[in-house]
Design a protein around this ligand. Sequence first.
Ligand code: IPD
Ligand code: CA
Ligand code: CA
Length: 263
Amino acid sequence: MDYNKICREVVAIATEAGKYIRQEHDSFDSSKVETKGKNDFVSYVDKTTEKMLVEKLSQLVPEAGFIAEEGTRKDKGEVYNWIVDPLDGTTNFIHGLYPVCISIALQENGKTVVGVVYEIGLNECFYASKGNGAFLNGKSIKVSDKQTLKDSLVGTGFPYSDYGKLNEFMSSMSDLMKNTHGMRRIGSAATDLVYVACGRFDAFYEYGLSPWDVAAGAFIVEEAGGKVSDFKGEDNYIFGKEMVAANNLVFNEFLSRVKSYLQ
Ligand code: IPD
Ligand code: CA
Ligand code: CA
């Protein structure tokens, strides 16, 4: 498979679907919000976007299966699988905020080979294909070169329904607030990850994540020269519901700090 070619096609598909999200963002009626669980929202915009994406991606790689957040298609491909979040940042979206993005990963035998995160607010498309590096709107991107946590800006996601590790998380934040440049909660995990990939953030961590939140972004971080892991420092970060990402220079310091509270 020509990963680079597939990646270019996925960029075009995501950019097209993003036009629909942008149009709805500007005129969204919040009475159209449905609740899937505590603080877990969805609307016709997530569902319609997912249908558009699934249709196009099915044509692109007919033999691939799907893991898609809104369940438009749920079938496992023997070799290839798409992991799709049609709208990452739904809480931002329903409150008229950005960032909001589309996140699409293609896996081959369980390993990501293409990742695309299209952030609609700033019209920024981040993408990578295996072995070809990472890009933002056509320009090559790299993780930052910050060497220590004290010079780093850290992205995270606040717990919003799984409060199982809330106290430990608050302690980790208290430490990081005092020992970094500061912390940001921008409301879209896929965007957090690509912000690590392009060096805007130096590190990111969150628990309670789903595969569609992280599969594409984590791959883009790696292709941009960064590192990703679960809270143990192992590689169960796509299905393991926890994620640490950072540039390669601060990764070990950051992971051991996160580990000391959340492991
Ligand atoms: C959410 C966003 C958010 C993160 C949550 C995710 P959604 O995805 O990525 O930043 O904190 O864990 O579920 O629901 O907007 O697709
Ligand atoms: Ca998401
Ligand atoms: Ca979503």
